[in-house]
Write a protein that binds this ligand. Structure first.
Ligand SMILES: NC(=O)CC[C@H](N)C(=O)O
Length: 226
């Protein structure tokens, strides 16, 4: 069971994600270039935070055309677990794998702080290690984290319980306090906060570890015993 962390030009959280999975969660993890076109060897795919292609046009707007994205689309269509964190979330919305857009923060400032979140749905492949409505603390660091979607999409997200994380004190103007959502099938998650920066007490919070533990549990349960 191997995890892939995709490195785009301008990614800056790829090594943090690698460290969280490899050193803290003891998982087999490999850094994959944006130029690769094959993800068949992996059980899960992670798109890290950063400033891919310098955030030109908008965060994620150019990265969605990177060679690896065809394989990410295929991987997601096949039901594989895909997570996009921060810039990764932006890339997934730009690629159409998740609905809505990440706009410039209300107030236009880049925000770098700790954020209190609520686990709005603990029955997903990414959050099963948490309790429903659990309060957690994760860092945020973004200029374009203001999630927007139209009324119909919001109603659908709510009805299908696809809003997974919400801000307790909305820092960026996101619609319905949304900090993270899944796709309809539940195998693709995008979130602005950084769980990989909160996996050890030394980092100020261990609350992000549950996300990786949930993914590991989901993937372990999937493995058919011989
Ligand atoms: N930490 C990040 O991934 C930054 C995300 C994005 N480039 C922004 O500023 O909104």
């Amino acid at each position: 069971m191997k995890f892939a962390v995709i490195q785009f030009p301008g990614s800056n959280c790829d090594q943090d994600l690698m460290a969280a999975l490899r050193d803290v969660c003891q998982q087999d993890v490999q850094l994959i270039s944006y130029q690769s076109t094959d993800l068949s060897a992996f059980a899960a795919v992670l798109l890290p935070g950063g400033f891919s292609y310098g955030d030109y046009l908008r965060g994620g707007a150019i990265a969605r055309f990177a060679p690896i994205m065809g394989a990410v689309q295929q991987f997601a269509a096949g039901g594989g677990l895909v997570i996009g964190i921060c810039n990764g979330f932006q890339i997934l919305t730009e690629a159409g794998l998740l609905p809505g857009v990440l706009q410039r923060n209300q107030g236009a400032d880049f925000i770098c702080q700790s954020a209190a979140l609520t686990v709005a749905n603990a029955k997903t492949s990414f959050t099963s290690a948490y309790a429903d409505q659990q309060s957690i603390q994760l860092p945020i660091a973004h200029g374009e984290g203001n999630y927007y979607c139209d009324d119909a999409t919001l109603a659908q997200l709510k009805a299908e319980q696809r809003i997974v994380f919400t801000y307790q004190d909305n820092p960026n103007g996101s619609r319905a306090n949304i900090a993270g959502i899944t796709n309809q099938a539940g195998n693709v998650l995008g979130m602005m906060p950084h769980p990989e920066r909160a996996v050890e007490a030394l980092l100020g919070s261990e609350d992000g570890r549950g996300l990786f533990q949930s993914m590991i549990q989901t993937l372990t349960d999937k493995v058919v015993p011989v």
